[in-house]
Design a protein around this ligand. Structure first.
Ligand SMILES: Nc1nc2c(ncn2[C@@H]2O[C@H](COP(=O)(O)OP(=O)(O)OP(=O)(O)O)[C@@H](O)[C@H]2O)c(=O)[nH]1
Ligand SMILES: [Mg+2]
Length: 604
């Protein structure tokens, strides 16, 4: 015996739908803990589809013989039966390849679960309920919820009792739920043949008049049938004194009518697809967010590069200023040489201290202040622009963080936690950088090194000048001639002889000496000027590399976090889209399954 519900294309579609729902649940599990509720629903639906694909619920007054009837269907005395109200919880008999004689609590004290191979096939569940009107109706709500989920309601009446009020209410409820209802009149053995006919006619009339129902009605003796022990739902007994074979045949025909099964699968596909749509949209929002963050971070990096470039202009302006100061000093220096390197004044030149004082007053003059002000101004510009820069970096990072925080509630908190940590590290470093500019060590260092260089220059040059003159006059004490003027000394070594000779030669000699002195001055000033320029360049490149280093080392983790997130979300989205394709394929499979149109009268 076959059943379309349990074998063939519907069974295949059911298996694939179960896998589809589980696959979506697995993807949600990867997406974080906050989707637990949806995941649970998906898993629940998958389990229902697998285990409770076809739900047959038996209801009726206590003692009508519901449990006995189910045992007769199974051909096995599985459920307890008794003359007093017996069934005190909902009994759920699930298909399994092997009988299990012990039940387990599916829901403690409320729903018992049995496993039996004769329910009809995998996915078919038979549900026994405490009798209507019995003392065990405390599980009313749960009984009703099974009724609402059922695919077939078997209404069991006792042949000895008229339709009770509670039964009528239950029938009405099942009818309202739009359920397929079968009525079974049990305990037929207690009646004579002609009485059976009368009862049947009476029940048929009552159902019609009171409830406007025209269901299939069977008359059986579950007690007798059970004695025969037919081999289960689809294995009718050869000898059938209880009349159960007719019920079995009918149930099988119901199972073969696919529409309810197809509709169930369609409903699950709708459910799966709406889940997929919802989560794909969420992932797309997350991907867009990551892209936005990536753009923000990229802008930051560009700003870093731009910032490193902006100092160039200030640097060359400062250098031009320095050059002007040095040009003026050079001019004053050559005047100083012209004025002092004469025969008359030569002896004065030898007074080193006086010469140095005069040189500092006339040549160096206010150059130190000018240089200090140029360098200070430049340092200030560097500091200002760096401060501005770090401030704007901080602002942007904070904006990024705020946008993250706002989105975290909506999206994947786990993924963003890592991203946020990287960002916070970057913020802390930018903040420390910004604060480091509050003491002006940068300016002070530069100022001090400039001043020291300039004083060294002044002493050095006057010593050199004195050396030149001393050599010329032939009075040079060897100790006075510093190593610094060694090269000049060589030029002037013949001086005294020429001076004694006097005349044009002497004049020419003085000219040459002045030229040499000017050259010496120029050489020294150029070296000094170069060292100042270099100091500014060094300062600038130190700043620049600080910024670039930040860009590489600090922003990189933020970047790599973002790309990790981007990849993760994209692969999750792809996985969901694969499942969407599977759902579409399943829908086509279902569409193609031929259905047997159910011509049986339907309730309602
Ligand atoms: N004569 C006769 N007795 C039956 C038949 N079916 C059940 N009984 C008896 O009726 C009594 C009640 O049977 P159960 O199967 O426990 O009835 P139930 O509807 O499950 O009752 P609750 O669980 O209390 O709601 C038991 O003593 C059964 O032996 C039948 O076809 N003929
Ligand atoms: Mg019972």
């Amino acid at each position: 015996m076959t059943s379309i519900v349990l074998e063939g294309p519907i069974a295949e579609a059911r298996e694939r739908t179960v896998r589809l729902l589980q696959a979506i649940a697995d993807i949600l599990a990867q997406m974080g803990t906050e989707h637990a509720e949806d995941r649970r629903r998906l898993q629940q639906n998958a389990a229902d589809l697998q285990e409770m694909f076809f739900l047959v619920v038996v209801v009726g007054e206590f003692n009508a013989g519901k449990s006995t009837f189910i045992n007769a269907l199974l051909g096995d005395e599985l459920l307890p039966t008794g003359i007093t109200p017996t069934t005190d919880a909902i009994e759920l008999i699930r298909w399994a390849p092997r009988r299990q004689s012990e039940f387990t609590w599916r829901e403690q004290g409320v729903v018992r679960e049995w496993l039996h191979p004769n329910t009809g096939g995998p996915g078919v569940v038979i549900v026994d309920t405490p009798g209507t009107g019995s003392v065990f109706r405390k599980h009313e709500q749960i009984a009703k919820s099974f009724l609402s989920r059922s695919d077939l309601v078997i209404f069991l009446l006792s042949a000895k009792r008229a339709l009770a009020e509670t039964e009528r209410l239950y029938l009405e409820l099942a009818k309202d739920y739009g359920k397929k209802i079968v009525v079974v009149i049990n305990q037929a053995d207690l009646l004579q043949k002609h009485e059976q006919k009368e009862v049947l006619a009476f029940v048929r009339q009552q159902l019609h008049e009171l409830l406007d129902l025209r269901p299939e009605i069977f008359m059986v003796s579950a007690k007798q049938a059970l004695k025969e022990k037919g081999g289960g739902l689809f294995a009718g007994a050869a000898h059938d004194p209880g009349g159960m074979n007719a019920v079995r045949d009918y149930l099988r025909s119901i199972f073969e009518r696919v529409p309810p099964a197809k509709q169930k699968l369609y409903a699950q596909l709708d459910f799966a697809e709406s889940m997929i749509r919802r989560y794909v949209a969420a992932l797309e929002a997350q991907i867009a967010l990551v892209r936005g963050d990536t753009t923000l971070t990229e802008n930051l990096r560009e700003e870093l590069n731009r910032q490193a470039g902006t100092l160039d202009e200030q640097l060359s302006a400062a250098q031009r200023e320095l050059d002007r100061v040095f040009a003026a000093m050079r001019e004053r220096g050559s005047q100083f040489i012209r004025r002092n390197l004469t025969l008359q004044r030569a002896p004065r030149v030898l007074d080193r201290e006086a010469m140095r004082a005069e040189f500092e007053r006339e040549v160096i003059a206010n150059a130190p202040d000018q240089i200090a002000s140029v360098s200070e101004q430049y340092v200030n510009e560097v500091v200002d622009s760096s401060r501005r820069y770090w401030r704007s970096i901080l602002d942007r990072l904070t904006a990024l963080q705020t946008s993250l925080d706002r989105e975290i509630g909506r999206v994947d908190a786990t993924g963003y936690a890592e991203q946020r940590a990287a960002l916070q590290a970057a913020i802390a470093i930018a903040d420390a950088e910004l604060k480091s500019y509050t003491d002006d060590s940068l300016a002070e260092n530069l100022r001090q090194s400039f001043r020291a260089n300039l004083l060294g220059f002044s002493t050095g040059f006057t010593a050199a000048l004195g050396g030149i003159v001393a050599v010329v006059l032939g009075v040079a004490a060897h100790g006075a001639v510093t190593a610094a003027v060694g090269s000049i000394l060589a030029t002037f070594v013949v001086g005294p002889t020429l001076l004694v000779g006097g005349g044009t030669a002497a004049v020419l000699y003085w000219r040459k000496m002045k030229r040499d002195a000017e050259r010496e001055l120029d050489k020294r000033l150029s070296a000094l000027q170069l060292s100042y320029r270099q100091a500014l360049v060094d300062l600038t490149s130190r700043e620049r590399s600080r910024l670039l280093q930040y860009g590489q080392q600090i922003l990189s983790p933020v970047f790599s976090q973002l790309s990790v997130l981007h990849d993760r979300y994209t692969s999750q989205k792809n996985a969901l889209q694969e499942q969407a394709a599977e759902a579409r394929a399943l829908r086509e499979l279902l569409d193609a399954i031929e259905i047997i149109v159910d011509n049986q009268p339907q309730p309602k």
